[in-house]
Design a binder for this molecule. Structure first.
Ligand code: NAD
Ligand code: UD1
Length: 337
C-alpha cells in the first residue's frame, strides 16, 4: 500500500531520481528543499515523467518552525533524508557552514520527527565514512572519515546509532553510497552541478558537450590495473531502487543498520573515459596531471549485505551509466537553466 514519504533534498540529483521511483511505486511525496544546490525545474520534470504531483515546500531544514508546519496536519509514514551540502573542497573551506547545515539540519529534522511521532528514516550516507580502510569495503569495517564533509556524515551516523540505541521504536537505515553517476533514461533529469564539476563523470560530460576543454586525469601512478584511481560507480536509478528496498525493509528492521549501495566492481578513470567515449561516439581530449590531494587509489563495495537483507542488487552496466549521462547532458547542455 502506498505510503506518504517526506523527502528532504528531493530536488537534488539523487533525490529527484528517487522521487520518480517512489511515485511510480505508488507512494505520495512531500518534499522539503531549500533549492541551495538544485532547481525547481527538477521537481516539474519528475511530475511530468510520472504524471503525479509532489507537495513541494521550499524550506531550509534549519527553519524548525517551517519544518514543523510541513509535519503538522498530515500523516508522514517515513522520511528519506538527502538534504545536505556535499562538495569536499567547499567543506574544508567552510567547516562551520557544513557542520551547521548537515549536522544541525539533521538534528532539527529528527527533533521535528520525534514531536510528530515519525520514527522511520533512511539516511544518505557515503562510502567516504570508511576513510582509508581497504576495499572491498564491508559495513562492519570501522568508520573514520577524513575531511569535513565526510565527518558530517560520520557524525550523523553516530547520532542515529545513539538515537536507535536509546529509543527502540526508531527504525533507521544508513545507506552508504559509492559513486553515483548516470541519469534517468528519458534524459529529462540528471546531475546539474553548479560551477566546474569536481566529480569525474560530470566533468567528462561537460568536455563532451564543449563546455570544458579537456579531462584532467588525477594521477596514473597508483597501484591499480592501469595506474589511475579505481571507484565503484553506481547508476543513480540503481541507487533509487535501493531506497525503495530500504523503505520496504523498515517494518522488519530493529534499530539502526548500515548498507553499502555499490555494484562491487571497481573501474579505473581510463576505463570510465573509454566507456564515455563509446557513449558519446568520439574521442575526448585528456591529459594526466598530478594526483588530487586526499584521493584514494581504490574504493569499492562489498554489496553482500544489501543483497541478503534488502534483496537489492545494482543491475546497470558502465555503458548504461555513460549512455544515460550523455543523453541527459546532450539534451540539456546547460543543465536545468
Ligand atoms: P544534491 O546537492 O544534488 O542534493 C541535495 C539537496 O539538498 C539539494 O537539492 C539542496 O538544495 C538540498 N539541501 C541542502 N541543504 C539543505 C537544507 N539545509 N535544507 C533544505 N534543503 C537542503 O546532492 P546529491 O548528489 O543528490 O546528494 C544527496 C545526498 O547524498 C547528500 O546528502 C549527499 O551528501 C549524499 N551523497 C551523495 C553522493 C554523490 O556523489 N552525489 C555520494 C554519497 C553521498
Ligand atoms: C569524491 C570525494 C568524496 C565524495 C564523492 C562524492 C574527494 C577527495 N572525494 O570521491 O568524498 O564522497 O566525490 O561522489 O574529493 N578524477 C579525475 N579527474 C577529475 C575528477 C576525478 O581523474 O576531473 C578521478 C579521481 O582521482 C578518482 C575518480 O576520478 O580516482 C573519481 O573521482 P570523483 O568522481 O571525484 O569521486 P571520488 O574521488 O571517489
Amino acid at each position: 500500500m502506498g505510503q506518504t514519504i517526506l523527502v528532504t533534498g528531493g530536488a537534488g540529483y539523487i533525490g529527484s531520481h528517487t522521487c520518480v521511483e517512489l511515485l511510480n511505486a505508488g507512494h505520495t511525496i512531500v518534499c522539503v528543499d531549500n533549492l541551495s544546490n538544485s532547481s525547481p525545474v527538477a521537481i516539474e520534470r519528475v511530475q511530468e515523467l510520472t504524471g503525479k504531483e509532489i507537495a513541494f515546500h521550499e524550506i531550509d531544514l534549519l527553519d524548525a518552525a517551517g519544518l514543523d508546519g510541513v509535519f503538522a496536519g498530515r500523516r508522514i509514514d517515513a522520511v528519506i533524508h538527502f538534504a545536505g551540502l556535499k562538495a569536499v573542497g567547499e567543506g574544508q573551506a567552510q567547516p562551520l557552514r557544513y557542520y551547521q547545515n548537515n549536522v544541525t539540519g539533521t538534528l532539527v529534522l529528527l527533533d521535528c520527527m520525534k514531536r510528530h511521532g515519525v520514527t522511520d528514516i533512511v539516511f544518505s550516507s557515503s562510502a567516504t565514512v570508511y576513510g582509508r580502510a581497504p576495499a572491498p569495503l564491508r559495513e562492519d569495517a570501522p568508520i573514520g572519515a577524513e575531511g569535513v564533509y565526510g565527518r558530517t556524515k560520520e557524525m550523523i551516523e553516530r547520532i542515529l546509532q545513539d538515537l536507535a540505541a536509546a529509543e527502540p521504536n526508531w527504525r533507521i537505515v544508513l545507506l552508504r553510497y559509492f559513486n553515483p553517476v548516470g541519469a534517468h533514461e528519458s534524459g529529462r533529469i540528471g546531475e546539474d552541478p553548479r560551477g566546474i564539476p569536481n566529480n569525474l563523470v560530470p566533468y567528462i560530460m561537460q568536455v563532451a558537450v564543449g563546455r570544458l576543454d579537456k579531462i584532467r586525469v588525477f594521477g596514473n601512478d597508483y597501484d591499480t590495473k592501469d595506474g589511475t584511481g579505481v571507484r565503484d560507480y553506481i547508476h543513480v536509478l540503481d541507487l533509487a531502487s535501493g531506497h525503495l528496498a530500504a523503505l520496504e525493509s523498515l517494518p522488519k528492521l530493529k534499530g539502526c543498520r548500515a548498507f553499502n549501495l555499490g555494484t562491487g566492481t571497481g573501474y579505473s578513470v581510463l576505463e570510465m573515459l573509454g566507456a564515455a567515449e563509446r557513449a558519446v561516439g568520439k574521442t575526448l581530449a585528456h591529459e594526466v596531471v598530478d594526483r588530487r590531494p586526499g584521493d584514494l587509489a581504490v574504493s569499492y563495495a562489498d554489496p553482500t549485505r544489501a543483497k541478503t537483507e534488502l534483496n537489492w542488487t545494482a543491475k546497470k552496466t558502465l555503458d548504461d551509466m555513460c549512455q544515460d549521462s550523455w543523453r541527459w547532458q546532450s539534451q540539456n547542455p546547460s543543465g536545468y537553466e
